[in-house]
Design a protein around this ligand. Structure first.
Ligand code: ATP
Ligand code: MG
Length: 263
């Protein structure tokens, strides 16, 4: 059974008093522990898809299920990481990571154990008492990721989590996310504008087109990654040099170009 499924999803919005179809015919099944990236032109409805899976918004037609249950509202089985970090500025790193655990009613000892684990894993040890404004953008994003993983959600919904980072920090974060995803495999929906990032991280890439937003093609990456043993390359730049990687990247670019994302 699919862990996340979009069935004939349509979403309409109103603009200047007129209704328009933002998303149409979205059909997608994400398997348990699968990492699916979504790419597509600005405004094609990527964030809307994620918000609906999170239960923050609802389809106008069709349905979205997570673990077989129709999504009606946000729940502890799903954690969201947004582009703009969305940390509490007045809380320390530790308190930011702890916040969701308190709302879930996790006992104090267990909270400490989990927070220490993820703070260590995300390279934030020593910064527990720092406040977000004292951290670099990359570190803030690590706090946001630790805060999501610490809840031990079955599903992670990430909306351009590395969008605000500089190119080098982004590479570090991508490598860290790959390590984290291997150690703690979860079902992930990951939105990005960066095609290379999608090919590097994802098992499959959903390529969308705009007006209205629909799925253009779903590209299988996992089969190629395993066949070509990308994982045997320790560094991201070595993976990106592989002909099989370049081929997939070019294919996704071509789809985006045809969809009008690039002129
Ligand atoms: N609450 C809303 N009310 C009206 N229109 C909305 C609302 N939310 C989104 N839209 C519209 O729906 C479309 C899809 O928006 P969405 O934010 O999902 O796009 P996106 O693919 O995430 O874009 P980007 O890549 O720029 O983040 C856009 O045309 C947007 O203006
Ligand atoms: Mg968006």
């Amino acid at each position: 059974m699919a862990h996340i499924s979009f069935r004939d999803v349509q979403r309409r919005f109103r603009r200047n008093g007129e209704e328009f179809i933002a998303l149409d015919d979205v059909n997608l099944e994400v398997a348990e522990r699968e990492f699916v990236a979504i790419v597509g032109p600005s405004g094609c409805g990527k964030t809307t898809c994620l918000r609906m899976a999170a239960g923050l918004e609802h389809p106008s037609r069709g349905s979205i299920r997570v673990g077989g249950q129709e999504v009606r509202e946000p729940g502890p089985d799903r954690a969201v990481v947004f582009q703009a970090f969305a940390l509490f500025p007045w809380k320390s790193v530790w308190d930011n990571v702890e916040f969701g655990l308190i709302s879930l009613g996790v006992a104090k000892d267990e909270r400490r154990r989990r927070i220490e684990h993820y703070i260590e894993l995300m390279g934030l040890a020593g910064y527990e008492r720092a406040f977000p404004h004292q951290l670099s953008g990359g570190m803030q994003q690590r706090v946001a990721i630790a805060r999501a993983y610490v809840l031990d959600p079955q599903v992670l919904l990430m909306d351009e989590p590395f969008g605000a980072l500089d190119a080098q920090t982004r590479v570090v974060m991508q490598e860290e996310l790959v390590r984290l995803a291997r150690r703690h495999p979860r079902t992930v929906l990951f939105i990005t504008h960066a095609v290379e990032e999608a090919v590097y991280l994802a098992d499959r890439i959903v390529v969308m087109t705009g007006r209205p937003g629909t799925i253009r093609e779903i590209v299988d990456v996992k089969t190629v990654r395993e066949a070509e043993r990308w994982d045997s390359h320790p560094r991201i730049e070595d993976v990106m040099d592989q002909p099989s990687f370049v081929q997939l990247r070019t294919h996704v670019w071509k789809l985006l170009r045809e969809s009008g994302a690039i002129h």
